[in-house]
Design a protein. Sequence first.
Length: 458
Amino acid sequence: MSNEAKKPARAGVDSFRKPRPDASRLLSFEVFSEVNNGEAYANLILPRALTESALDQRDRSFVTELVYGALRMQGRHDWILQQVSDRPWNEVDAGIVNVARLGVHQLFEMRVPTHAAVSATVELARKVLGESRATYVNALLRKVSSKSLEDWLAPLETMEDKVTQLAVRYSHPEWIVSAYFDLLREYDEVALALGANNVPAVPTLVAWPGRSTQAELVDLGGVATKFSPYGASSPVMPGELELIRTRYAGVQDEGSQIVASAFSHAASEHDDWLDLCAGPGGKAALVSSIAAQKGKGFFANEISASRANLVEQVIAQGEVWIGDGRTIIERGHEFGAVLADVPCTGIGALRRRPEVRWRRKASDLAGLAQLQSELLDSAIAITKVGGIIAYATCSPHMAETKVQVSAALKRHETISQIPVAPYLPSNLTNATAGDSMQLWTHRHGTDAMFLALFERVS
């Protein structure tokens, strides 16, 4: 048989060769799918997956950038993919959707050449989806790659609905964009706030007084935080630092450090401090350390036994209780100061928790608001007359912040709000809304934490 006669057979065999996706993209798909379809949290499963993998540091960095980035930007990726799909995008198989999102992210958000982004993603699809679906992914990505990102987004410029325009451009659900408009009002500042949520946060360390200092964190190569006297950026992965492994210091956003510090400052004249919703222990670790230095009693309460165990591992001193914060009055103990850092939508920490923007819904607000008000009522009930109550959320949403404060003041004649400003760092500007504190990522480089302080007057 001639060589020419053999060529078609060889080509046919080659077209059905075994798929060989690279390990980094395969791991990215596995983690990405588990977060999107299995309700996992990227910050919990990705580090574990990377540790268990055989990837080198360069590939680990690639996976981290791809997974977190695609989670943040998948709303915009979906908007583009819908325009090249021959069927409604919300009816497309979840596997195809996730692979295509990863491909589009490489095309437009990473330093991956177009041909490599398409071919490597199709090779991944062949492995995890099969040949026919991989062919569909190939068609989608080739259509997407035929235009630049700027060309795809050009129609947004003439879009009349500013909420939809920003939701697409910055890859946020419309209800979050609307909430930002309610608070910030100005289009340009809303755009800045949304854009800040898409910039990965550098891990921030916290020195726990009596166990470590900010200077020690700086000596390790970190840069001191601008506002908190306890923090510094991490020069390496935090788990590589001895101070973190031995629990002499922790990992905590500067915004949360400011909340813990302001509460401790306001509570300094009072005995017996309580962290009502303490898990997983970030604020409790710092507050308990400050309390120990000031000779104050410290207590922590957490409804989840597993999270209470985490609190026990990091606090400097004090008791940890397991129970529902709404029924804590049954313990018969009153406190001089209570911190109610309540469960919330978490939309103030979207740069750290990218999946939250897609997992939370506007419909969640009613149930969360009810829980928040009940926990605040409980905190007030167990605070001694003259004592301090702090209400904190990692959300700027009006329903979880201003509305809660106003409603609590109407429900309870026994409390009055006190200005938070005297307890904040002197160089922290543009951070108050009335008597409360409202941080913003685009203004302060922190999570968008909210804090209101009350005094029990009778």
